[in-house]
Design a protein around this ligand. Structure first.
Ligand code: OOB
Length: 565
């Protein structure tokens, strides 16, 4: 175990709700929280696995020693720019090797990456920057036909305080990452090795390491503060559960900054075990099947719609996927019928993963019987994960009944970042996180996700808060009122439908979509369908009844939709 890094005073501000002392002591005593920081984590792996390949993308192939040295050089460059411990930096990168260079450089300084996803646009990035007071923004020059430097210009126009825009690739008027990396004395948390750098204290393992995004159910997404101690525990334990070792080759298909791909066990679990991370530029079978064969990938993770796509493509093309031992599927409910096709079609084990960026992650285990793997979403990572299944009044339900899942544990947050009011509803007074999921537990302790109580749409793993989209739509002059609801979809599980009461003459569906796109939000939040009605069904107290709307729309679609749009 690496020695403790220099411990600095706790991070400033009421941004983070710590675990009560008695819980922290329990998690330390159990050996879950080890005092390791991300800076030390990479240093330690670089020493043990120096010449092994850590990261591969379409352009580069770095060993652990190279990644470690790059992170050091970039940390020095960022420090020279003025980025310091506790500063927030938005990181919005596609699946490229530089993602690791950037995050480990920030970790070493004790600066906090704020993990945006590639589809986020002006409104979301501006919001993250404002909420966190970010001093920097790291983007790729272009990706998937989109120019992120344009986006950076738009965000900077609104927030001049966002001082540093750093670009992977052609920087235009900004700074390119490769110019920034400098040799020199290393500031901050370098891990166990003593350095000659200035005596800047590195982060403590109990500090917040980064901010993750929550799918959100009310208004804009919430930010999730994760500490070195808690996240590294989930990473190491996940790598163990998934039996990763130095021969593991993880193909990262999902966006690398999403919690599933990042840590379940994902890219960080792979690095924890000394394996190799291969980054896929796109998730489609045409790209990924070749990559599996070329790089001999042993494990990968998908959301259910991609699993469907892969199953279909594999049945037609018969690719050589013989190296693949495990396909993980999670992020949304995988239908049992689809789950049953994975092993016969792809020739690998299925592992279901039911997790959340707030913490709790469940896995089916490799020694579970096949029926359990197909029909359940697994069991929690930790013996210290506390699970309650309760009724609407928070009373524990008898075994086997479906109810609200509440959880608390060594890697589940106790509060969102700068969200005091929301925290009082999202957590119980004794610190359980209200997941918003409806689950049932089998006699063997496996969880089955039966549905959802939270007002959130799960569009094939991408989470949408209806209220956020409604707020944008309500700004349209020809929209009097609107409700955004999920409707069943064979491919995505759910799609979004905006049910609109027009003001005067109804705008076209295309005009509504163009309007909301112009407001600068991620494409996946743009309603798939638009329906016009004269009035909404109401609940007893006069609120719009979303369940009634959903039922009516589902019926309409099941009986043949006369006017798709
Ligand atoms: C993962 O994380 P998030 O934060 O994008 O979404 C969490 C929510 C859960 O509360 C649940 O509603 C849903 O996504 N979910 C599933 C599921 N996995 C996630 N619902 C049904 N079945 C599943 N297997 O999505 C995430 C984080 C880490 C690992 C895996 C997924």
């Amino acid at each position: 175990m690496p020695p403790e890094p220099a411990v600095a005073p706790p991070s400033p501000g009421p941004d983070f709700t710590p675990w009560p002392d008695e819980f922290a002591a329990r998690y330390r005593a159990a050996g879950h929280w080890t005092g390791e920081t991300f800076g030390g984590f990479l240093r330690d792996r670089a020493r043990t696995h120096a010449d092994r390949t850590a990261v591969v993308d379409g352009r580069q192939r770095w060993t652990y020693a190279e990644l470690d040295a790059r992170a050091d050089r970039l940390a020095t460059g960022l420090h020279d720019l003025g980025i310091r411990r506790g500063d927030r930096v938005i990181v919005q990168l596609p699946n490229v090797a530089e993602f690791f260079e950037v995050i480990f450089a920030l970790f070493r300084l004790g600066a906090l990456p704020v993990f945006a996803l590639p589809p986020h646009r002006r409104t979301e990035i501006t919001y993250f920057a404002e909420l966190t007071g970010a001093v920097g923004y790291v983007v790729a020059d272009r990706h998937a036909g989109f120019d992120y430097r344009d986006l950076a210009r738009q965000v900077r126009e609104r927030l001049p305080g966002l001082q540093h825009v750093l670009v992977v690739g052609d920087p235009a008027e900004f700074t390119t990452l490769s110019d920034l990396a400098t040799d020199g004395p290393l500031p901050g948390d370098t891990g166990p090795e003593p350095t000659t750098g200035p005596p800047t204290p590195g982060p403590a393992a109990s500090d917040v390491a980064f901010l993750q995004l929550s799918g959100g159910s009310t208004g804009l997404p919430k930010l999730i503060p994760r500490t070195h101690d808690d996240y590294l525990y989930s990473v190491r334990a996940s790598a163990d559960i998934c039996r990763l070792d130095t021969s593991s080759i993880y193909l990262c298909v999902l966006p690398v900054a999403h919690n599933f791909a990042l840590s379940s066990p994902g890219v960080l679990g792979t690095l924890a075990a000394g394996g190799t991370v291969v980054l896929a530029p796109r998730p489609t079978p045409d790209v990924t099947f070749d990559l599996i064969e070329q790089e001999q990938a042993t494990i990968t993770a998908l959301v259910p719609p991609l699993a469907l796509l892969w199953l279909d493509a594999a049945a037609h093309r018969r690719p050589d996927l013989s190296s693949l031992r495990v396909l993980q599927v999670g992020g949304a409910r995988l239908a049992d019928e689809v789950a049953a096709r994975v092993t016969p079609t792809l020739g690998c084990d299925l592992q279901q993963v039911f997790g959340m960026a707030e913490g709790l992650v469940n896995y089916t285990r490799f020694d579970d019987d096949p029926a359990t793997v197909v029909a359940t979403q697994g069991t929690p990572i930790s013996p210290h994960d506390e699970i309650r299944i309760v009724d609407d009044a928070d009373r524990d339900l008898p075994p086997g009944q479906t109810g609200h899942l509440l959880t608390r544990g060594p890697y589940t947050i106790r509060g969102y970042y700068r969200a005091a009011a929301h925290n009082t509803v999202a957590f119980t007074t004794d610190g359980f996180y209200r997941t918003g999921d409806l689950v049932r537990r089998t006699p063997t302790g496996h969880l089955i996700v039966e549905g959802r109580a939270k007002d959130q749409i799960n569009r094939g793993g991408e989470k949408i808060a209806p209220e956020e989209v409604e707020n944008h739509l309500l700004a349209h002059p020809q929209i009097f009122d609107v409700a955004v609801v999920g409707v069943p979809d064979a491919m995505l599980g759910e799609r979004t439908c905006a049910v609109v009461i027009p003001r005067g003459e109804a705008p076209t569906a295309a005009a509504i979509r163009a309007f909301i796109r112009d407001r600068g939000i991620a494409d996946f939040k743009i309603p798939d369908r638009v329906r016009f009605v004269d009035a909404f069904p109401h609940t007893g107290v006069g609120k719009t009844s979303r369940s009634e709307l959903r039922r009516a729309l589902a019926l309409l679609m099941a009986t043949g939709d006369p006017a798709p749009g």
